[in-house]
Ligand binder design. Structure first.
Ligand SMILES: Nc1ncnc2c1ncn2[C@@H]1O[C@H](COP(=O)(O)OP(=O)(O)OP(=O)(O)O)[C@@H](O)[C@H]1O
Ligand SMILES: [Mg+2]
Length: 234
């Protein structure tokens, strides 16, 4: 590496997000600044409705801020059109949804291979990389299973494999253990932490569970559309 200074992968500067509903504006984020660096491991916590998912969607470029600046690898997303933004997102960020969002009639292998279609990767290579990503989440024995034939924990791991297959620098996970029991939740956390340690993937996760948040390097508290960041107390 050229430098030991951590590089910002995603930088939000005073971003807001308002939703308009029936002529009324809901200010879900009211001015948030946050930097996600290479190799980061951050937990986002806060009450229901405080703006955590809204923030994750902005960081993941699934949505655009109402005001403020969002930089991904130093590029201002407001200067990019939708296809340029999709490409930058595809190269930088993997997103794990709380509800998995897998294709029900499609095998684990095909679900995981799908993001590579948009990158123009050939079929044989897609299948090889998808199998590797599934092996990385301990699902090498379930390549041909469909989501309905898998447990909740297995489906969540397929969703992580799909987020990983493009080798993102940042993995954003919105309540990755929210639907899992303790054993499956621990396995998912172990996988995310291994990716962070061994591959240097920056991991940002939302959680309601204090013990899960306490495992992160830092905790970002969201309250009423604003953040207060605090170091993890030991
Ligand atoms: N598409 C939308 N249209 C209108 N209002 C929305 C929309 N999405 C979210 N909101 C509102 O914005 C606020 C923040 O929502 P958000 O989903 O970010 O909360 P959250 O912190 O993720 O909550 P939870 O812990 O329950 O998942 C809430 O008041 C919510 O009702
Ligand atoms: Mg949420």
């Amino acid at each position: 590496m050229a430098s030991d200074i951590p590089k910002a992968q995603i930088e939000a500067v005073d971003v807001t997000r308002s939703y308009r509903m029936d002529g009324v504006s809901v200010d879900a984020l009211r001015g948030v600044s946050l930097t996600i660096e290479e190799g980061d491991y951050a937990a986002i916590i806060g009450p229901s409705g405080s703006g955590k998912s809204t923030l994750m969607h902005l960081l993941g470029c699934l949505d655009r801020p109402t005001s403020g600046t969002l930089l991904v690898r130093g590029r201002d997303v407001s200067s990019l059109d939708d296809s340029e933004l999709a490409e930058l997102r595809n190269q930088t960020i993997g997103f794990v949804f709380q509800s998995f969002q897998l294709l029900a009639r499609t095998t684990a292998l095909e679900n995981v291979a799908l993001p590579l279609v948009y990158r123009g990767v050939r079929r044989a290579e897609r299948r090889k990389r998808a199998a590797e990503a599934l092996e990385a989440v301990n699902l090498g024995h379930r390549l041909g299973h469909r989501p309905t034939q898998m447990s909740g924990g297995e489906q969540q791991r397929v969703a992580i494999a799909r987020a990983l297959v493009g080798e993102p620098a940042v993995l954003l996970a919105d309540e990755p253990t929210g639907n899992l029991d303790t054993v499956n939740g621990d396995e998912v956390m172990g996988i995310l932490e291994r990716l962070n340690k061994e591959r240097g993937v920056a991991v940002v996760l939302v959680t309601h569970e204090a013990d899960i948040a306490a495992r992160a390097q830092r905790i970002i508290r969201v309250r009423d559309g604003l953040i207060e960041e605090a170091p993890v107390s030991s």
